[in-house]
Design a protein around this ligand. Structure first.
Ligand SMILES: Cc1ncc(C[n+]2csc(CCOP(=O)(O)OP(=O)(O)O)c2C)c(N)n1
Ligand SMILES: [Mg+2]
Length: 320
């Protein structure tokens, strides 16, 4: 298998997130940005096997999922910077990027909330028999929430074309998973509900690509699957949170040593798919693409104040 396409996507996410961090420090990103750097192999490994019309749902840490599914970096960055040219006209922001035309049905700031939505989407696909796969990405903290368990039950009972992807980066904000969960994790729970599961090294792009190929194929056949992907959060919970207070230097160094990009680079060079010089050229091209995205976003206007009441769905009091 050729790995260069996946590498390009992973590198795009890395360079994009580094830029978001810079823009956040410069005061150009409203609110917080939960960065996906270090976890790139998971989104890219899974989305590699998806069709354009397949669906994904995401989390508060969702920029990487959107880019992996084919979102335009310029419109994604414009959304994160609250600009009217963003995917949600600048009103969703970092935690609520949605691009329906790319099958991206929304990131979500509420832990585990995407999971029952994805279950409904997969049910609709199953009823329509449209052959689409739905993927829901979620963090290890979502495993502690009721909707995760309820959705597993329904996915199993109704044989939904739904792929659950748990990104176990070992933390919920500052609390490690060992202090929060008494069980044996997401895969064990999914097995109890009758799903097929695999535990994968989420920092290994090759392992992610292989497991995802199997999983997406199973799901397309109507067999729900859960992948539990072990990874490490590189930074603070969000771009403004220091992490040193609750993580040792050694732990952070181990995270960086497991860098999925560095590991894939070694592989590309070893199997003769790219030379170090070619990788440098790819890096320069991606930086230019992120530069262009930033230029587009910076030049874009903020939404007009009147836009606040557009795209809002509500029932007027008394209208029944
Ligand atoms: C229902 C709910 N409870 C609490 C929060 C506050 N909160 C935001 S992110 C987060 C931790 C999420 O951890 P995890 O699911 O492992 O994802 P990660 O941040 O590690 O990617 C919490 C508790 C929330 N957004 N929603
Ligand atoms: Mg986590």
């Amino acid at each position: 298998m050729k790995y260069l396409p996946a590498y390009r996507k992973m590198l795009l996410i890395r360079r994009f997130e580094e830029r978001v961090a810079e823009l956040h420090r410069a005061g150009l990103v409203p609110g917080f940005a939960h960065l996906y750097w270090g976890q790139e192999a998971i989104a890219v490994g899974v989305c590699h096997w998806l069709r354009d019309d397949d669906h994904i749902l995401s989390t508060h840490r969702g920029h990487g999922h959107c880019l992996a599914k084919g979102a335009d970096p310029a419109r994604t960055l414009a959304e994160i910077m609250g600009r009217a040219t963003g995917y949600c006209r600048g009103k969703g922001g970092s935690m609520h990027v949605a691009a329906f035309e790319r099958g991206i049905l929304g990131a979500n700031g509420i832990v585990a909330a995407s999971i029952p939505i994805a279950t409904g989407v997969a049910l609709a696909s199953g009823l329509a028999d449209d052959g689409r796969v739905t993927v829901v990405f979620f963090g290890d903290a979502a495993v502690e929430e009721g909707p995760f368990h309820e959705s597993l039950n329904l996915a199993s009972l109704w044989h939904l074309p739904l792929l659950f992807v748990c990104e176990n980066n070992q933390y919920a904000i500052s609390v490690p998973v060992q202090k929060r969960q008494g069980g044996r994790g997401a895969a064990a729970i999914a097995q109890a509900h009758g799903l097929e599961t695999r535990r994968v090294d989420g920092n290994d792009a090759v392992a992610m690509l292989e497991a995802s190929q199997w999983a997406v194929q199973r799901v397309r056949e109507g067999k729900p699957v859960l992948l539990e992907c072990a990874t490490i959060r590189w930074g603070g919970h969000h771009s403004a949170q220091p992490t040193r207070r609750y993580r040792s230097r050694e732990e952070l160094q181990a995270a960086q040593a497991a860098c999925p990009l560095a590991r894939l680079e070694k592989r590309l060079i070893a199997q003769g798919e790219a030379t170090p010089e070619e990788l440098l050229e790819i890096n320069a091209a991606i930086i230019a693409q992120v530069d262009e995205a930033e230029r587009f976003a910076r030049q874009s206007p903020f939404p007009e104040p009147g836009a606040a009441t557009e795209d809002v769905y509500a029932t007027q009091e008394g209208s029944g």
